[in-house]
Each structure stands twice: as structure tokens, then as C-alpha cells.
Design a protein around this ligand. Structure first.
Ligand code: KG4
Ligand code: ZN
Length: 347
């Protein structure tokens, strides 16, 4: 029943991150620092994250991240109560970097260590910034994941459905690549879509004919490629206006699918939890303004409270890992030197 201060480490994809979170029972958690070092410039020439380059950069930068996070929090390791580390799922070299760093810190200081599922970090983020109570429905939508979860507690999740192929963030990234835009694709496509007209390019809305909460985004990418090639053939190149229309159409198709499947997930969720009408979104794609706006509209249709964490906490960060670790530690979780990095780890 005391105040706890946790250091979090995250390096499962292409962001190296460290953060310090403090919590006293009965009050709001406090993010004392959150340092995120991105790697987009390292992967820019390759059109996607190169695992070996990512792992090497994580290994080089983690110490510096930890140092900066402690400095910004004005704390030393002595004032930390425990270390939380993403132990998967993710690119194995990256996950290993943070797990090794956490083990080193734990051995060196004697501090307890808790391994955290990256997805649980995202799924619990809304409780870091909002006075949201369990249970709630969560749409986790990022570069690697897309699923509806009922979140009942810090270690109690059930999956209602999700993508059967690509994640929407991955589809945004591939779309950016197809259209000659920079990485990460999400923000680039969103910016380009601003001046476009979605109605000019008909794209499919995959799996809406199925009543469940499953989604598919890989067909959308293929349809977009075909539409692009038709336009290129017609005009002898990709005109700015066509690029903007393609971006707008793609973004609208993804948003429509997420919105319609959210309606179905909300129906399922509310039939089980009628007294807790809450819907939260997290993951990198939740940074998309159009996605947020439509999910807000859907929540209003169902008279459900809608929450989305601030943008900086939607994308990968270590504050969410520190927060998940702190809470799991409070409920008794501990890991030792046998903690292993897991490339796959379903919630
Ligand atoms: O959660 P995240 O930082 O990493 C994981 O995948 O775990 O999400 C990154 C993904 C990338 O695919 C990126 O393109 C996408 O989120 N993203 C966006 C936006 N900002 C980031 N997608 C659409 N619109 C955005 N504004
Ligand atoms: Zn993530």
C-alpha cells in the first residue's frame, strides 16, 4: 500500500525507450519521465524496419535512454523500486536488448524485475492517463497488431477478434512505400490524405460481410496498388492529386472497417458488461485523427465513454511498460534471470 516508482524499458520494434512512472494507491499515476529514441532515419532507405539494424541501435542506445530517463525524473537508481521490461512480442533482437539491459540493471542493483507483454502495455495505457476503471473494451491498433480486447484487469484480457493478415499500421506503411512517401507511413499518408478526395478511388471494405470482429487489410493494399497502376498508366506518372486521392481513399477504407467492426465489438462487449460502457483505443494507428474521430462517433452512437491516450503514449513508449510492470509487481509478479525474450506472445 505504498508509493512505487518503476523504471520501464522498451525496444521491441524501432523505438528505444525508457521511462519512470510513480504511483501511490488512491491517486493518479505520474509519468516522471518518458524518453523515446526513434530510428526512422536508420531504416529510411529500406522501406521498413531492418531487424538487425534495429537490434544494434537498441543495444547502443538503451544505456543512454535509461540515463536520460533517470536524469529527467531527477532520480538515481537507488530511488527506483523495480524494473519493468518488454519481454515480447516483437523483433527478437530488439526484445533481447532490453531484456539483457534489465537483467544487468537488476543484478547490479538487486532491484526486482518484471517482464511485460508489449500488448498488455498498450492495452493498459488508458488507465495511465484517465480515471478509467476495469473492465473496458479496447481496440489495439498498431504497426504489428490489430485486435479487440476486453480488459478486465492488469493480467486479464480476452480477445474478441482481430486482423487475419496485416495490421493497419503495416498497411499504412506499405501504402506510403507504394506511393513514394516516407516512413513511418501512417503520419505521411495522413498528411497527404488531407488534400485528397476519398470518393475518387473506390476501395473494398474487406470482411464487412462477416458478422464477427475479424478484419483483413492485405486485400486493401492490393486494390490500392491496382488503382495506382491504372492512374500511372493513364497519366504517364503519379500526379500529386492522384496520390492525395489514393491516400484519402485508403485511410477512409481502413477507418470504415475499424468503425464498423467496433460497432460489432461494442455490441458483444455491452451484452456482457452493460454497466461499464467504456471503449478505449491505443497503438500507433490511434494517432490518426480520422480514425479517432470515427471511433468517437461510434462510441456516441452507443452512448459509451470513449478514451484515447495522448498521441505520445499511443505509439511505442516505455511509460506504458513501467505502468504495467508497477501494477503487476503490486499484484505479486516477479521475474528472475530465467526471463526470456519472446518473439511471439499472445495476450
Ligand atoms: O504502436 P506502434 O508505435 O508500434 C507497434 O506497431 O507496436 O505503431 C506504429 C505504427 C506504424 O505502422 C505507423 O505507421 C502507425 O503506427 N501510425 C499511424 C499514424 N501514426 C503512426 N498510422 C496512421 N495514422 C497515423 N497518424
Ligand atoms: Zn506497439
Amino acid at each position: 500500500n505504498t508509493t512505487l516508482t518503476f523504471l520501464g524499458l522498451e525496444s521491441s520494434c524501432d523505438d528505444t525507450a525508457a521511462a519512470v512512472v510513480r504511483h501511490t494507491p488512491g491517486s493518479c499515476p505520474e509519468i516522471l519521465s518518458s524518453v523515446v529514441m526513434g530510428q526512422s532515419e536508420l531504416h529510411a532507405d529500406f522501406g521498413g524496419v531492418v531487424p538487425e539494424i534495429a537490434a544494434r541501435a537498441h543495444a547502443e542506445r538503451l544505456d543512454l535512454c535509461v540515463e536520460q530517463a533517470l536524469k529527467k525524473a531527477a532520480l538515481t537508481l537507488r530511488e527506483i523500486d523495480g524494473i519493468a521490461v518488454t519481454a515480447g512480442p516483437g523483433l527478437i533482437g530488439g526484445v533481447l536488448s532490453a531484456v539483457m539491459c534489465a537483467k544487468g540493471l537488476s543484478i547490479g542493483t538487486g532491484l526486482p524485475m518484471v517482464g511485460i507483454n508489449h500488448l498488455a502495455g498498450h492495452a493498459l495505457t488508458p488507465t495511465l492517463t484517465d480515471d478509467l476503471e476495469f473492465p473496458y473494451l479496447m481496440l489495439l491498433v498498431s504497426g504489428g497488431h490489430c485486435q479487440f480486447l476486453i480488459v478486465r484487469g492488469v493480467d486479464d484480457f480476452s480477445r474478441l477478434g482481430g486482423t487475419i493478415d496485416d495490421a493497419p499500421g503495416e498497411a499504412f506503411d506499405k501504402t506510403a512505400k507504394l506511393l513514394g512517401l516516407g516512413q513511418p507511413g501512417g503520419p505521411a499518408v495522413e498528411a497527404c490524405a488531407m488534400s485528397g478526395d476519398a470518393a475518387q478511388i473506390p476501395l473494398p471494405r474487406p470482411l464487412l460481410d462477416r458478422p464477427d470482429c475479424d478484419m483483413s487489410f492485405s486485400g486493401l493494399k492490393t486494390a490500392l496498388l491496382r488503382a495506382r497502376d491504372l492512374l500511372v498508366a493513364k497519366h504517364g506518372g503519379l500526379r500529386e492529386v492522384d496520390r492525395a486521392n489514393l491516400c484519402a481513399a485508403f485511410q477512409q477504407a481502413v477507418t470504415d472497417v475499424l468503425a464498423e467492426k467496433s460497432r460489432r465489438a461494442l455490441k458483444l462487449y455491452l451484452s456482457e458488461n452493460p454497466t461499464h460502457p467504456a471503449f478505449a483505443v491505443a497503438g500507433g494507428v490511434a494517432a490518426n485523427k480520422r480514425v479517432r474521430a470515427l471511433l468517437e462517433t461510434v462510441s456516441a452512437e452507443f452512448d459509451v465513454r470513449f478514451t484515447a491516450p495522448p498521441l505520445a503514449l499511443c505509439t511505442d513508449n516505455a511509460a506504458m511498460i513501467a505502468w504495467a510492470g508497477l501494477q503487476r509487481y503490486r499484484s505479486g509478479a516477479r521475474d528472475d534471470m530465467t526471463l526470456s525474450a519472446r518473439p511471439r506472445w499472445p495476450l
